[in-house]
Design a protein around this ligand. Structure first.
Ligand code: AFP
Length: 332
C-alpha cells in the first residue's frame, strides 16, 4: 500500500509535501494522546475561553501548541492562523505557504470518547520575503492549494485534496504510517440523509425551515421520499460520513446570537471542507453564494454552511433565491 510520504512525493511540490508531512506528524501525536484519554490527563477544560468565546478544552490547547510549534519551524511555512488564537503567527519569511487550522474540531466530544479531528487549509503566500500579516490570509477558498482533515475516530484517518480529487488514508499504528485506502473518493449527487442541529429551528430563516419541513414530512411531503437524520456535533465526523455514504450537512444562518452569521468558521472549517466536498463531486454554499468564492473579511469570520449532495445543495439554494435572500443570510 502507498504511504502518505510516497503519495506526496509523486503528487505535490517539495514545499507542499513537507508542510503536509509536518501536519501528519502532529496528527499522530494528537491521536496518541487521544488514545490514552483520561490517562494522559487531557480531559476537562482549561478554564479559559478562545477568541470565539468558547470554553477551551485541555486538548484544544495541547493540539494547537503541537501544530503551531511544528508548522512555525517548517521553512516552507510563512505563517499560521489557528481557530484557537486571536492573531496569526508569522513564521518563515522565505516560506511560500500559509496554513490555517482548527486543531481539534468537535472538542465537546473529547470527554465523551467520541469522534474529533484536525482540519487544515493551505494557501499560497503572496509576499515571499516579507513577514506575513493577517491580510495575507484573507484569500477566498478557491485559492487553496490543499485542504484536509485528520479524523480521530474508531481509527485515525486522513482525507485530503490537492485540487485533483479526494484521497483517503488510514493510519497504521504498527508502522506509524498513513496508508492510502481510496485514491478517488466521490459522493453521490442525491441522498436521503441529512445533518442539522434541529434545536435551532426557531432561529432559522424561512427557506431552511421550509427545506427541513419537507425532509421531515418524508414521503407525505413535497420531496416524496423518506429522509434519515444524523448529527455527531463535530463537523468533521458529519462530513466524513457524507464522504463515505453520502448526505447533506447544514449549519445555516440563524438569529440565535445577534451579529453572528452562523456558527462555523470560514477559514478553519467551511473553506477546507467545501474544497474537499467539491473535489469529491459535491457542492457547498452559504445559501446564496459558493462558499469558496467568498472573500474573507477577517480570519475568524463565521459563515452559514450547506454542503454535500449536489441535488440537495441546489434545492436549498433555490429556496433561498425564491425567498429573495440576497447574501449571507440577509433577508431582502
Ligand atoms: P467545537 O469544536 O467548538 O466543539 O465546535 C464544533 C462545531 O463547530 C462543529 O464541528 C459542529 O458541527 C458544531 O460545532 C456543533 O454545534 P452544536 O453544538 O450546535 O451541535
Amino acid at each position: 500500500m502507498m504511504t502518505l510520504t510516497q503519495y506526496l512525493q509523486s503528487q505535490a511540490s517539495d514545499e507542499l509535501a513537507s508542510t503536509i508531512d509536518t501536519l501528519a506528524k502532529s496528527s499522530i501525536a494528537i491521536s496518541a494522546l487521544l488514545d490514552k484519554g483520561a490517562l494522559a490527563g487531557i480531559h476537562g477544560e482549561t478554564g479559559n475561553e478562545n477568541v470565539q468565546g468558547e470554553a477551551q478544552k485541555k486538548l484544544d490547547v495541547i493540539s494547537n501548541d503541537l501544530l503551531l510549534d511544528a508548522l512555525t519551524q517548517n521553512p516552507h511555512c510563512a505563517g499560521v492562523a489557528s481557530e484557537e488564537l486571536d492573531d496569526i503567527s508569522p513564521a518563515n519569511d522565505q516560506g511560500t505557504l500559509l496554513v490555517t487550522f482548527d486543531p481539534l474540531d468537535g472538542s465537546s466530544n473529547i470527554d465523551i470518547n467520541m469522534t474529533v479531528g484536525t482540519i487544515f487549509s493551505i494557501l499560497p503566500y503572496p509576499r515571499v520575503g516579507s513577514q506575513a500579516t493577517e491580510a495575507d490570509f484573507l484569500q477566498p477558498g478557491v485559492q487553496q492549494v490543499a485542504a484536509g482533515y485528520f479524523i480521530y475516530g474508531t481509527s485515525t484517518m486522513l482525507a485530503m485534496t490537492l485540487g485533483q480529487g479526494v484521497v483517503m488514508f488510514s493510519f497504521d499504528p504498527t508502522s506509524q504510517e498513513y496508508l492510502l485506502i481510496n485514491d478517488q473518493v466521490t459522493i453521490s449527487q442525491t441522498t436521503a440523509e441529512y445533518a442539522i442541529n434541529a434545536s435551532n429551528y426557531r432561529y432559522w430563516l424561512d427557506p431552511i425551515k421550509e427545506y427541513i419541513d419537507g425532509l421531515v414530512a418524508g414521503d407525505l411531503g413535497v420531496r416524496n421520499k423518506d429522509y434519515n437524520m444524523r448529527w455527531v456535533a463535530a463537523m468533521i465526523a458529519d462530513v466524513h460520513r457524507i464522504l463515505i455514504r453520502g448526505g447533506v450537512f447544514m449549519y445555516p444562518f440563524d438569529t440565535k446570537i445577534a451579529g453572528k452569521t452562523g456558527k462555523l468558521r470560514l477559514m478553519y472549517e467551511a473553506n477546507p471542507m467545501s474544497f474537499i466536498i467539491e473535489q469529491a463531486g459535491g457542492a457547498s454554499t452559504d445559501g446564496v453564494e459558493r462558499i469558496m468564492e467568498i472573500k474573507p473579511s477577517h480570519i475568524h469570520q463565521r459563515i452559514p454552511v450547506v454542503l454535500g449532495a449536489k441535488e440537495e445543495v441546489d434545492y436549498v439554494k433555490d429556496l433561498h433565491a425564491k425567498a429573495g435572500i440576497l447574501a449571507n443570510g440577509d433577508p431582502a
